[in-house]
Write a protein that binds this ligand. Structure first.
Ligand SMILES: Cc1cc2nc3c(=O)[nH]c(=O)nc-3n(C[C@H](O)[C@H](O)[C@H](O)COP(=O)(O)OP(=O)(O)OC[C@H]3O[C@@H](n4cnc5c(N)ncnc54)[C@H](O)[C@@H]3O)c2cc1C
Length: 461
């Protein structure tokens, strides 16, 4: 009998497997596609690899800072090959980690089975549908992740011009005109990628602004800076015909966009059906599996971490949820309760577009809508020597800090500009530790660095 069977080998699944193996537990990990899940195979890693190629191309073209390059070009198939190599290397690394921590792995589909106090997972091999093999276990961690949402817009089915975020990572050519439906983080990153590579990009977004977690002063700067990209905000797509996207704005005025390729990037939904959650009696809502802050489901002995519970659909959230679940599973196996629980208030988000952006904690708008009395302070990045040295005049860059009005406790930090995704963990740590503005003023930041701008902003209170 296994201590734990994990369904899904994405960030939540493989990290839990490593941690459980490290603690000497007998673990089986079942993955139906590739180790690494969406993040490694169709998300974080391939997008950032391609974005890096596009940024290199842009910098070489721009001929700035006394450096000139002649006849700059890019080769898409070489870019794709580099992306595959990076993904392949990381996949190999994960397979080694599983061996190192003595985690058994199986390639196929896992389906939960619950009968009274019996907990098991049925393993069905790819291409061999049927009853499969039932493995008994003390605990189960569901880490089945999420899949792209395909809304029921007329014209989506069988449309060869329509592509999702996985398909677009393997295109053989750059579309002259790309229409992206959805201006969230994924839509914005693809807009930046294809805009830098020369596509004329149009983003149709139903909300009034792009990238929901972004500060509302920063989002317009981001829109302005995204190369070759136009936006249709507050617009609902009504139908698609081939590459023609029909939409209406808030006043009911109709519009059309003609594109060579249409990317559907309206979000992702938790993967529920493939692992038999409902049949096993696990509580599920439209967002995903219902869990408490220790990742427990309503069924004793079953936990759910990562995108599958819909609480925070980010790889680093999946990692932390997996650790919380592992701590609780280990305590439970010993008849105890874990003291570790998941907190979401300082989970950072990041966009690796050009320019980059990141944030942690609440935005000014969120504070106002929740009736939280706050103070805010901002600083432009041109106050940073390193930013000035490395960026062309007028490049966007700004930081906004949000603090509780009375206590001065830091509630949010929002950054638009270079290195934002690398800096944000520090800001998240300040928020997580409930530091006050005066505490942050006493911290020493490295000089010259772009992160000094957080210190500048804090001194602007
Ligand atoms: C284009 C794109 C870019 C992204 N960029 C970022 C980013 O920069 N930063 C970030 O934090 N997040 C990013 N994300 C989100 C990130 O990929 C997810 O939050 C993360 O992968 C969630 O991890 P997970 O382990 O919960 O699920 P997943 O990574 O989705 O893994 C779940 C795994 O379970 C497997 N599975 C499902 N059902 C079964 C079954 N019944 N049996 C066996 N196996 C099963 C699936 O095949 C999959 O491999 C991006 C997503 C996309 C699509």
């Amino acid at each position: 009998m296994y201590d734990v069977i994990i369904i899904g080998g994405g960030p939540a699944g493989y990290l839990a497997a490593e941690r459980l193996g490290h603690r000497g537990k007998k673990v089986l990990l079942i993955e139906k596609q590739h180790l690494g899940g969406t993040c490694l195979n169709a998300g974080c890693i391939p997008t950032k690899t391609l974005l890096n190629s596009a940024k290199q191309y842009l910098h070489a073209q721009d001929g700035q800072f006394g450096v000139h390059a002649e006849k700059v070009s890019f080769n898409l198939s070489e870019m794709m090959a580099w992306k595959e190599k990076v993904v392949g290397n990381l996949r190999g690394g994960l397979a080694s980690q599983m061996k190192r921590f003595k985690v058994e792995t199986l390639s196929g589909t896992g389906i939960v089975e619950v009968q009274g106090s019996f907990r098991g997972v049925r393993f069905v091999k790819e291409g061999e549908p049927g009853s499969g093999v039932l493995y008994e276990t003390k605990a189960i961690l569901a880490a089945a992740g999420s899949v792209p949402v395909l809304p029921p817009i007329p014209g989506t089915e069988g449309n060869s011009k329509l592509i999702d975020s996985t398909g677009i990572l393997s295109v053989s050519g750059i579309p002259a005109k790309l229409c992206i439906i959805g201006g969230g983080v994924i839509g914005a990153e693809f807009a930046s990628l294809f805009g830098m590579l020369g596509s004329e990009v149009s983003v149709v977004e139903m909300m009034d602004e792009i990238i929901p977690p972004m500060d509302k002063d920063h989002a317009p700067l981001m829109r302005k800076a995204l190369r070759n990209t136009g936006f249709h905000l507050g617009c609902r797509v009504t139908r698609i015909e081939g590459g023609n996207v029909f939409f209406t704005d808030k006043d009911g005025t109709a519009g059309t966009l003609a594109a060579d390729m249409v990317l559907m990037a309206v979000g992702r939904r938790a993967e529920i059906a493939s692992w038999g959650a409902k049949e096993a009696g696990i509580d599920v809502t439209g967002k995903g599996v219902t869990v408490d802050n220790r990742m427990r489901t309503n069924i004793s002995g079953i936990w759910a971490a990562g995108d599958v519970n819909g609480r925070s659909m980010l790889a680093h959230s999946a990692y932390r949820m997996a650790e919380v679940a592992v701590n609780d599973i280990c305590a439970w196996l010993e008849g105890a309760d874990s003291k570790d629980f998941m907190r979401y208030n300082a989970v950072p988000w990041a966009v690796y577009s050009n320019p980059e952006a990141a944030g942690a904690g609440i935005t000014e708008q969120e504070a106002l809508s929740r009736g939280i009395a706050i103070r805010t302070a901002s600083a432009p990045m041109y106050m940073s020597g390193r930013f000035l040295a490395e960026n062309i005049p007028g490049a966007p860059g700004t930081v906004k800090v949000i603090a509780d009005e009375r206590s001065g406790v830091l509630l949010g930090v929002h950054i638009l500009g270079p290195y934002a995704p690398e800096m944000i963990w520090g800001a998240a740590a300040l928020i997580e530790n409930e530091m006050r503005i005066d505490d942050v003023k006493e911290l020493v930041f490295p000089h010259p660095s772009v992160c000094e701008i957080i210190r500048e902003a804090v001194w602007n209170f």
